[in-house]
Design a protein around this ligand. Structure first.
Ligand code: MG
Length: 251
């Protein structure tokens, strides 16, 4: 069951998206060597709550923080920690959500602590580009598989692999709604995309092989081969005039 959002709901989701976008921007500006992931989480928490929004991830299935912060070979769902001190060259993926008047904005990006290696920079750039390829395919009348196909094509052309076990998703009153939005797919396959659908599109791209492993904390997901992973995400509304990114923020 896919909930189509009304104009009023989309307006509220735009507000939620703006708050999430600003929080992500502020966290990104604070990413540097010497900072702890707990400090970054605190920035996210404050940025979300000061606008009267609620950190969507805090308490979600028991997650203990406002942001997931995943470093280097950690793909997603890293738990912020006062013991995790960023080092020069770390690739830091931050994922957060803001719930505003009952509606969720969900967004993620990978940031550099200091200067990335050329390999890490290329992975991060390619992942961001693939998100925008996917967004470009999120058009009314198209098919869900068009999105994953666009993401997959862009990343695999660079020799990277896509995580299969975790996907993008519908988003609205709940953080995770139907449909699942895989980062791989076949053009022209899957459900038809309609105005009023809101999708979180979020490629998780591995430098090496696609396989993952779950750490003993039961949250952190890492690459099995120990190579890097990057993650970018936007909440995107499908409209008659094309995709609208709700988590773009002010520029
Ligand atoms: Mg998401």
């Amino acid at each position: 069951m896919i909930a189509l959002k009304t104009a009023r709901e989309l307006a509220l989701m735009r507000e939620a998206g703006k708050i999430a976008a600003e929080a992500l921007r502020l966290v990104g500006e604070a990413v540097r060597p010497g900072v702890t992931t707990a400090q970054l989480n605190q920035i996210a928490h404050r940025a979300i709550t000061r606008h009267g929004a609620v950190p969507t991830f805090l308490g979600y299935n028991g997650f203990p923080a406002a942001a997931c912060i995943s470093v280097n070979d950690e793909i997603i769902h890293g738990i912020p920690s006062a013991r995790r001190v960023l080092r020069e060259g770390d690739l830091v993926s931050v994922d957060l959500g803001a719930t505003y008047q009952g509606y969720v904005g969900d967004t993620a990006a990978s940031f550099a602590a200091g200067v990335l290696s050329p390999e890490a920079r290329r992975l991060s750039d390619t992942t961001r580009e693939s998100l925008f390829q996917g967004i470009g395919a999120a058009v009314a009348g198209g098919k869900l598989g068009d999105i994953g196909a666009a993401v997959q094509r862009h990343c695999e052309a660079q020799g990277y692999s896509l995580v299969r076990e975790y996907t993008g998703h519908g988003v609205g009153r709940a953080l995770h709604e139907d449909p699942a939005v895989p980062n791989v797919g076949l053009p022209g396959h899957g459900i038809r995309l309609k105005p009023g659908m809101v999708l979180a599109i979020e490629p998780m791209v591995n430098q090496g092989r696609m396989e993952i492993r779950t750490m003993p904390d039961k949250w952190t997901i890492k690459t099995r081969d120990g190579k890097l992973s990057a993650h970018f995400e936007h909440t995107v509304a499908i409209t008659p005039d094309g995709p609208v990114i709700l988590t773009m923020g002010e520029s």
